[in-house]
Design a binder for this molecule. Sequence first.
Ligand SMILES: NC(=O)c1ccc[n+]([C@@H]2O[C@H](COP(=O)([O-])OP(=O)(O)OC[C@H]3O[C@@H](n4cnc5c(N)ncnc54)[C@H](OP(=O)(O)O)[C@@H]3O)[C@@H](O)[C@H]2O)c1
Length: 410
Amino acid sequence: MNSTLNTTFTWGLIGPGKIARQFADAVHRLPGSQLGLVYGRDLAKAEAFAAQWTRNDESGKSAPRFTADLQALLDDATIDAIYIATPHSQHGEAIAACLAANKPVLCEKPLVPHLALGQRVVALARERNVFLMEAVWTRFLPIYRVVQDWLKGGVIGRVTHIQSAFCFTAPYDPNSRLYNPALAGGSVLDLGIYNLTMTRWVLQQALGECPEPLSIQASGVIAPTGVDQRVAATLNFPGGIASQFTCGFDSCADNGLRIFGERGVISVEKSVSAGTEATLLLKGEEAQRVTRPQRFNGFEGEIEEAQTCIRAGLIESPAISHADTLATLGWMDEIRRQLGVRYPFEQGQREAHVPATSTPCRRPDQRPDALSAVGGRARCRCGVAGRRPGAGVSAWHRAGDLRPAAVQAW
Ligand SMILES: NC(=O)c1ccc[n+]([C@@H]2O[C@H](COP(=O)([O-])OP(=O)(O)OC[C@H]3O[C@@H](n4cnc5c(N)ncnc54)[C@H](OP(=O)(O)O)[C@@H]3O)[C@@H](O)[C@H]2O)c1
C-alpha cells in the first residue's frame, strides 16, 4: 500500500457516474484522503469527471488523473484502494479484477447481484488476503450511533417489529440501470437492500446477532422488463419478531424506519437516505428528538471505515462483514425467487435459491440438511465448516473455505 498513517490515502475509482460524484466529493473534503485516478470506458467522460475535483489548491491534494485503460488503474502503485460504482451486473467483474491485482475494494451496493457470485468474490478476497467491503453508506450515518445506544441499552424493551420504506418515482425506461434486467435492475437490489441491511443491523444491536429468518414472504409489481418495480416483504424471525418493508420505483414514501418494542418506539426519519433525526417515544412519556448532522455528504463514514480497516490490514469491515453481505444477498435471492425475477446472466445456472429457513449449505449440489456435527463444529457434506446446525443463526460457509477454482465466469 502506498500510504501510511501519516500520508494521504489515495483512491482509484471505477464507474464515474451519478453516485461516484458523492463519493468523490466526500473524499475530496476528507482531510488525508484524495482521489488519485478515475477509470471510465469513455476517456472524455473520465476526464470531465476528474476535472470536477481539481479546484481545491489549498488542500495540497493533487488533481485526479483519468484513464480509459483499466489495467493502468490496476497497475498504479500510488492507488491504495478502488471504489466501484458501476451498474450491479458489472460489480463482480470489476471486483475480481481489483482483487487479482491486490487492490483493496469498496464496492457500491449490492456487492453483486446474487449469493452464488457473492460467495465467489468473498472467497477470492480471502484467498488473495485483500480487503473487500460493500458500500452501504447509511450504516455509518452519525444518527445510528444514537439508535445503537438505545437498542443496546434495551430502552424500548424487547424489539417486536421493524417497519421501513424506501421508494421514489423513476419514470419507466427499459434501458435504465433501474429497469434493465441485463444490468441487474429492480427495486430490491437497488433500494430494498437498505431495508434489509438495516433490519439485520437493528437485530444485531438488539439481540447481539441477527437470527436467520424463519420465513420470508414477498409480493410485488413487476415492470414490463421483468424486474421488480415495487416489493413489499415480511421477514419473520424467531421470537415472533417481524420486519416489514416496501421499496419501489413507482411510489412516494416517507423512507423512514420504525422499531417497535414492548416499552416504546424508535423512529428514524429518512433513515435509508439522509437520516439525521431520530425520535424515542416511550410509553407515557414525551417524545425525545435527537439530531446528528452529517459532516459532509454522509459518504465520509464508509470511506473512513474502509481506510481504517485497510490500514489495519483487515480483509473485511466488522461493521459490514462478509457474512452480513452474503446473508443479505441470500434474502434478496429468496425475494426475487418468490417474485419470479431472474436476470439473463442467471439463466442456465443451476437453481441456487433455497428456502429462507436456516440453510447451512448453499452449494447447488448440496441439500439443506447436509450438516453434521464434526468435533463440535458443523461440517457440511461438501467438506466446508459452518456453524452449529440448529443454532438458528445465519450459517453460511466461511467463504474462505471455498476454493479459488470456484471463481469462474462472472
Ligand atoms: N449509495 C447510494 O446512495 C447509491 C445511490 C445510487 C446508486 N448507488 C449504486 O451505485 C452504483 C452506480 O449507480 P449510479 O446511479 O451511479 O449509475 P450510473 O450513473 O449509471 O453510473 C454508472 C457508471 O458505470 C459505468 N459503467 C460501466 N459499465 C457500464 C454498463 N455496462 N452500463 C452502464 N454504465 C456502465 C459508467 O461509466 P463509464 O461509461 O464512464 O464507464 C457509468 O457512468 C450502483 O451499484 C447503485 O446501486 C448507490
